[in-house]
Design a protein around this ligand. Structure first.
Ligand SMILES: *[C@@H]1O[C@H](CO)[C@@H](O)[C@H](O)[C@H]1NC(C)=O
Ligand SMILES: *[C@@H]1O[C@H](CO)[C@@H](O)[C@H](O)[C@H]1NC(C)=O
Ligand SMILES: *[C@@H]1O[C@H](CO)[C@@H](O)[C@H](O)[C@H]1NC(C)=O
Ligand SMILES: *[C@@H]1O[C@H](CO)[C@@H](O)[C@H](O)[C@H]1NC(C)=O
Ligand SMILES: *[C@@H]1O[C@H](CO)[C@@H](O)[C@H](O)[C@H]1NC(C)=O
Ligand SMILES: *[C@@H]1O[C@H](CO)[C@@H](O)[C@H](O)[C@H]1NC(C)=O
Ligand SMILES: *[C@@H]1O[C@H](CO)[C@@H](O)[C@H](O)[C@H]1NC(C)=O
Length: 759
């Protein structure tokens, strides 16, 4: 097996403080030879700063260093030595120097840095050791919400980013090629298999047993392509010393299995989000059934043969699925058999479990959780406490009854846009969880369902995971602004402090799901809310605009400036729209037609402005998403299928709006052809109801909007611009001046008096 697993039961601690016998996971050394890791991290540096500049960095992997540590020393005038305990540690050290000494920024979309030659290398002597044994990244959903259409070049860049952020553990969930082999061997027909696999944008939920078939059938060539892609991803990750968790069998099987195994205990999974029969209610095979073991072993054996192994496997039998019996013995047996099936193939197996099933689910009583967790030997299960920043489970479960866990910031659902975050919680709770009595916390992770939003939050969480002590947040955000924008500017510092104290200061328990009025299906019953003073966003926006108006931004930083400017303009319009909406409803209720017409007009204008600003930056474009999807198809039919998948996931999410707008995107193209037509229709129908003094027919509106706008959007093949339209700064400034003027207008003031609900 690839890794040595050391279980440290802290006998000394037991003696002194009567701590529980909570197990600590230590996976020991990565098996990748140090030479391979060195070459991989050197190549990463070349990709990041170029061949010439890279010559100034001498890297070395030294396994005798404390694990997860790096050491930086300036050895000569023009050379910097970075030594790390593994490839990731070197990459993390390199990024640390890049950010804090050379003041260069990278993020998800940009990982290339231009350095002036010869590089002026600031003096540095640094030793840094991670306070986290694991830095984890990914969520099973990210693969569908963000990575669905990626090819290897996207991954190459992303893996570089992961390593530079210190990520040591991640997922590789692609499994359809292998399942296909298993199903064929077991005797399922092509049709039976095709009805099972979901389309390219929906695989995450079919893998978890939530849906089946929707968006399919997948051509076999796609499965082969995905298998090869994952093999390349795994190699790139392992070369750098990143460990990867592979899927294990969780019990979800095609419905056709009953034909072949009429005598086994399958139970139909309950309907998920109103999906119709054709696409829902797959079967769950009880882990105590001997057939479970047979399938699990077959599947894991093939998985390891195809992908190798780091001895860690993820498996989630009950993700948004209720177990059959609320019985401790049943839960214990279920968990026991699942782990046994892994251990039969890999004696050193560790089960990576998403703790999501325990969150806000009354089924999971303390007794059931305990029975489930303790059926696996301590230290052989690693739990992701999936949304520790809002709904932590580690306290309630007493550190998962001693099973090691990772403190994760989930932050985002469905890859929706909208500025938000819980900076203070991330900063302080990580320390408090580590310092808990009997803590079994072994790391920090980020588990966003979708990426490409609120970048600062993820950089903060990953950096915080490495560090032992809380950050001085004032300072952290100041440096963030300096490095991201390439200039030191008090107005930018101030803008970020305002954002930190507003959008990024969330501490509540209401769920944030990206459903702002502008992006939602219109209704008379929306109830938009904010947790912050919206003036902060406006002032921060004004400050950014004033800086960009009279400052030269370094070329390297322009994409970051443009992105953030578009994003904050988007945020302003999103908030403004919420405010317009609450005043529109006030006008409607008080039957004030003049006010209604005035506001309705402004709402459509906000939608137009949103489309215009988003179109100036490809990070906010539908085109990129659709073109990438089509690019994976080899034939016109495949291209059309993938395009339908891509469109449906971010709008109707299901054949008929089953999870409508859950993964909505404030992107150009969507605003003009989906958000705006919906609101235009609504405003028109609501106005008619006002004019005729007849009650607004909500049901009739829902039917029409779904038939005429929402569902057709999924099957449209309209092509969107592949280049930005307009200049971000000019457009942002125009929108800024316009809405600033409106705010001073006496009509506007009179009509928009009501503010968004503040919680
Ligand atoms: C810590 O573990 C010990 C031994 O299992 C137990 O007696 C004690 O109550 C635990 N403390 C907390 C705060 O959970
Ligand atoms: C960098 O360190 C070297 C060796 O300690 C020293 O000679 C040099 O003056 C330092 N340079 C700066 C700019 O501090
Ligand atoms: C199922 O059980 C029936 C009755 O015991 C038996 O005749 C049949 O062969 C079994 N089928 C399989 C596939 O095991
Ligand atoms: C899988 O099974 C085959 C055939 O029994 C065996 O040769 C191979 O070593 C197994 N692989 C694993 C990872 O157990
Ligand atoms: C569950 O089963 C394991 C052995 O499989 C046992 O050690 C453990 O105590 C059981 N826990 C509960 C709560 O039933
Ligand atoms: C919101 O911020 C603005 C600008 O700083 C301030 O004038 C206003 O009083 C604040 N509103 C509330 C409710 O705190
Ligand atoms: C840019 O504008 C700000 C505020 O409007 C002002 O304080 C600053 O002096 C200006 N800078 C330049 C270089 O014009």
């Amino acid at each position: 097996m690839r890794l040595i697993i050391i279980l440290i039961t802290t006998i000394a601690l037991l003696f002194f403080c009567k701590c529980s016998s909570s197990a600590v996971i230590d996976l020991g050394d990565v098996e990748t030879p140090t030479g391979t890791q060195e070459i991989a991290v050197r190549d990463l540096i070349i990709r990041t700063i170029g061949e010439d500049a890279s010559k100034s960095f001498v890297v070395h992997v030294d396994k005798t260093m404390p694990s997860r540590s790096f050491q930086i020393k300036k050895t000569e005038a023009s050379t910097l030595s970075i030594i790390g305990s593994d490839g990731v540690a070197v990459a993390k050290g390199f990024h640390h120097y890049l950010k804090y000494y050379l003041h260069k920024h990278i993020d998800w979309t940009h990982t290339k840095v231009e350095l002036q030659l010869p590089i002026q290398l600031p003096n540095a002597t640094i030793f840094s050791k991670s306070a986290s044994n694991f830095i984890y990244y990914q969520n099973v959903c990210t693969w569908s919400y963000s990575f669905a259409w990626w090819t290897f070049p996207n991954w190459r860049r992303h893996i570089d980013w992961m390593a530079m952020m210190g990520v040591t553990l991640t997922l590789a969930p692609i499994q359809e090629y292998i399942w296909h082999e298993v199903y064929v061997e077991m005797g399922l027909t092509k049709d039976e298999i095709d009805e099972h696999f979901a389309g390219a944008a929906f695989q995450a939920w079919q893998r978890m047993g939530n849906i089946r078939g929707w968006g399919g059938p997948i051509p076999h060539s796609y499965r082969r392509m995905q298998k090869i892609l994952q093999q390349r991803i795994l190699k790139a990750e392992r070369d750098l010393g990143i460990r990867v968790a592979l899927p294990a069998f969780a019990g979800h099987v095609p419905v056709a299995m009953t034909r072949i195994f009429p005598n086994n205990t399958f139970t139909a999974v309950e309907r998920w989000n109103h999906f119709p029969d054709k696409y829902c209610c797959g079967l769950f095979l009880d882990p105590s059934d001997p057939l479970f073991n047979q399938i699990a072993v077959k599947f894991l054996n093939k998985t390891i043969d195809n992908y190798g192994s780091d001895n860690i496997y993820f498996c989630d039998p009950f993700n948004e699925i209720q177990p059959r019996f609320a019985d401790a013995e049943y839960m214990n047996a279920t968990s026991f058999h699942i782990y046994e099936s892994m251990r039969l193939v890999d004696n050193s197996a560790i089960w990576l479990l998403q703790g999501w099933m325990f969150v806000k689910n009354i089924f999971w009583t303390d007794e059931l959780i305990k029975a489930f967790l303790l059926a696996v030997p301590l230290g052989k299960m690693l739990v992701l406490d999936l949304q520790s920043e809002q709904f932590p489970q580690y306290e309630r479960t007493h550190s998962f009854h001693g099973q090691p866990f990772i403190w994760c910031m989930l932050h985002n659902f469905g890859g929706t846009l909208g500025m938000h975050g819980s900076v203070d919680i991330v900063n302080t709770q990580i320390r408090l969880a580590r310092d808990m009595v009997n803590t079994s916390m072994v790391g920090v992770g980020i588990t966003a369902e979708g990426i490409n939003q609120n970048y600062a939050m993820y950089e903060l969480a990953l950096e915080r995971g490495w560090m032992k002590d809380d950050f001085d947040l004032n300072n952290w955000f100041e440096v963030y602004a300096d490095v991201r924008y390439g200039i030191r500017e008090t107005r930018l510092h101030s803008a970020w402090q305002l954002l930190r104290q507003s959008v990024y200061s969330y501490k509540g328990l209401l769920k944030i799901r990206g459903k702002y009025s502008i992006a939602r299906r219109p209704s008379t019953n929306l109830s938009p809310w904010v947790w912050y003073n919206t003036s902060n966003v406006y002032i921060a926006w004004a400050q950014m605009i004033s800086v960009i108006g009279n400052t030269t931004i370094p070329l390297h930083n322009l994409p970051f400036v443009s992105h953030d400017l578009v994003d904050i303009t988007r945020q302003f319009l999103q908030i403004t729209f919420d405010q317009l909406y609450v005043n529109l409803m006030a006008a409607y209720t008080s039957k004030n037609m003049e006010k209604y017409v005035f506001i309705a007009d402004k709402m459509l204008e906000a939608l137009n402005d949103l489309e215009t600003i988003l179109a100036t930056n490809m990070d906010f474009s539908l085109s990129r998403w659709l073109e990438a999807a089509k690019n994976l198809g080899r034939t016109p039919v495949e291209k059309q299928l993938y395009e339908m998948n891509a469109r449906n996931q971010i709008t109707a999410w299901g054949p008929n709006g089953q999870i409508l707008d859950y993964a909505t995107k404030q992107w150009s193209g969507i605003v003009i052809d989906y958000f705006r037509p919906r609101w235009a229709l609504f405003l028109q129908m609501l106005q008619k109801s006002l004019e005729s003094n007849k009650k607004f027919n909500e049901e009739a509106f829902k039917r029409t909007v779904s038939q005429e706008i929402e569902n057709p959007f999924s099957i449209s093949t309209k092509v969107y611009p592949s280049e930005p339209v307009g200049d971000s700064f000019t457009v942002a400034q125009r929108i800024f001046l316009k809405w600033t003027t409106y705010a001073d207008d006496s009509h506007f003031k009179k009509y928009c008096i009501k503010s968004i609900r503040y919680v």
